[in-house]
Ligand binder design. Structure first.
Ligand code: FAD
Length: 319
């Protein structure tokens, strides 16, 4: 990141994101919750499953692919993990009933990883089974590097039986060069992202041209192996390279972007006839998600101030 004051804002916001006391305070405050939710609404479709499904329906009608996530992470008690798993199962059933061909995405720490990896494994299998019955796919998100090994381990246990499960990899971690080569041997789709978490400098590359090069090298590896790939970025330079290299001609490749971020880029790629997936979230646990979106791109704080005052609704009309 060229601008040092921007990079300081990013670091401060990433620290705020990790502050669990602040998160709990805001989520429970009758004053702060609605105020900040009006900011989060740019990135989150709403608090309820119905709102997520409604946005999914609107965007699939326009010809986009979608992912849906019931937002949450780091669930600390078993009952809550089971409730989250049940919500995902219900979401899949509703997608099936309403004919919404959505990919379902989630953090393993939302459904058990922070309690016991075995619980995450069992819950993942149940969700994967329901999705398989409905012809839908799942995508596991990638969390902080301290969890990478356990996330990959649960993924590998499930994916041979449930090939409809995919995995997200973060280009900014040095280890991903080896991980991607290993994971090509598994049938699940790969979603490649730059990485949203602040990590120790020794294990990662920060936002830079070097990271963009690494991202494209990883794309090259997946494409040359004909592996299903979601290129998940809002970076037009990345897409330009991918288009120039002719990678979108492969039926296994798609672009994926987060709802509320660069809708004009989504629209442009979509108009060019390229496959574009929009990642939709819903739920009340939007605090960490909002912090990440502001930290990734501090100019979003200007929009946040406008949203505080004006409170735009139905953001999907921008697509
Ligand atoms: P950047 O270099 O960060 O940004 C490139 C350009 O994109 C910027 O100059 C700006 O114009 C635009 N841009 C980027 N971010 C924003 C923003 N927030 N608001 C407005 N404009 C923006 N990360 C994980 O660590 N784990 C995950 O599981 C994960 N899943 C993801 C799933 C999807 C579908 C996507 C799109 C991202 C996911 N991320 C995940 C986040 C990802 O790691 C990056 O932090 C995020 O995508 C920003 O990086 P970038 O590739 O857009 O490039």
């Amino acid at each position: 990141m060229e601008n040092s004051s921007e990079s300081q804002v990013t670091q401060a916001l990433q620290l705020i994101a990790r502050n669990l006391e602040m998160k709990e305070y805001i989520q429970q405050s009758p004053e702060w919750y609605p105020l900040l939710f009006s900011v989060a609404k740019r990135f989150v479709t709403g608090e309820t499953r119905e709102e997520g499904l409604f946005a999914g329906h609107q965007l699939t009608q326009k010809g986009y692919r979608v992912s849906l996530e019931f937002i949450g992470e780091n669930t600390k008690c078993e009952e809550e993990c089971i409730r989250a798993k049940e919500e995902f199962v219900e979401l899949i059933k509703q997608c099936g009933n309403q004919g919404i061909d959505s990919r379902i995405s989630f953090d393993l720490s939302h459904i058990g990883l922070s309690v016991d990896p075995e619980l995450a494994y069992l819950n993942l299998r149940e969700i994967a089974n329901e999705a398989k019955l409905r012809g839908l796919s799942l995508m596991i998100s990638m969390e902080e590097s301290a969890k990478t090994d356990s996330i990959l381990s649960v993924y590998k246990q499930v994916v041979m039986e449930y090939t409809n499960v995919g995995i997200t990899l973060q280009a900014h971690l040095h280890r991903t060069v080896d991980d991607v080569k290993e994971l090509l041997q598994y049938p699940g789709a790969i979603r490649l992202v730059k990485g949203a978490f602040q990590e120790p400098s020794g294990i990662c590359i920060s936002r830079s041209e070097k990271l963009d090069q690494r991202f494209l090298e990883l794309v090259d590896i997946c494409i040359s192996n004909n592996h299903p790939l979601s290129i998940a970025s809002h970076d037009d330079k990345i897409y330009q390279q991918v288009i120039e290299r002719g990678y979108f001609q492969s039926p296994h490749v798609e672009a994926e972007m987060l709802y509320g971020i660069r809708p004009e880029l989504c629209k442009h790629l979509h108009k060019e006839g390229l496959p574009v997936r929009i990642y939709l979230t819903y739920g009340t646990e939007w605090y960490l998600y909002l912090c990440h979106r502001l930290a990734e791109y501090p100019p979003n704080i200007y929009d946040a101030i406008t949203d505080l005052i004006k409170g735009e609704k139905n953001y999907f009309q921008h697509y």
